[in-house]
Write a protein that binds this ligand. Sequence first.
Ligand code: HPA
Length: 269
Amino acid sequence: MMQQLKETADFLKNKTGYAPEIGIVLGSGLGGLVDEIDVDHRIPYKDVPNFMSSTVEGHSGNLIFGSLGGKKIMAMQGRFHYYEGYDLHKVTFPIRVMHLMGVRTLFVSNAAGGLNKAFEVGDLMIIRDHINNFPENPLRGPNLDELGPRFPEMSETYCPELIGKAKKIAADNKIKFQTGVYIGSPGPTLETPAEYKMFRILGADSTGMSTVPEVIVARHAGMKCFGISVITNLAEPVDGPTSHEEVQKQGAAASSKMTLVFKELIRQM
Ligand code: HPA
């Protein structure tokens, strides 16, 4: 694994000449942030050694290298999901590549269902903590000592300083935001009403099928993490069952607010 990671990182370093400090993962329908990036390189996943191709509709699958908020960044436009059939080592491979390229702060985003009864469709939720509901952990197996410790500490998984700054940015720009706990599950089914209720009882505020494995691997490697859930639907939908199309549509609609928060936060770093 270490050899494959180095191979991919070396390929990208040679191709782009980049050593970005900031990595960004864009979730379903949230690729709009790419329009704000001054793009130097756009590399389809299929052209990146040891990468898989993203199979889900609406997840385009490019690595983007460019500038945002005055900083050099690398972004994943579309991510890999457990439900596509990849194990969590594969799902999180790009995050480790980011680390080897020099990324020390990771921004993640996702489209998520709202569990908290105070939430509305289109809200941004700043992630303050997560619950791993995947049936495995991306760090299972021999520890890659070069990257991080066997038993990573997880008490401040989402950087309190970045959360504080993000809240101020949102407030200054009159963007409504929530703060809460994200629960990540394997999917691809959305939850039954009983499962939504269970997740709420467990203490989660938003629910989705990503992010947790990526953040675990990032924290293992000592990266600072900041995440936003875009609430695309509610646990008790008002207009009938939730569809993937609705998730995409609501994601796109809220994506500009998320983009502003990410961009300004990066500018302030
Ligand atoms: N559940 C799980 N994943 C999701 C949801 C949801 O309600 N909405 C968007 N991604």
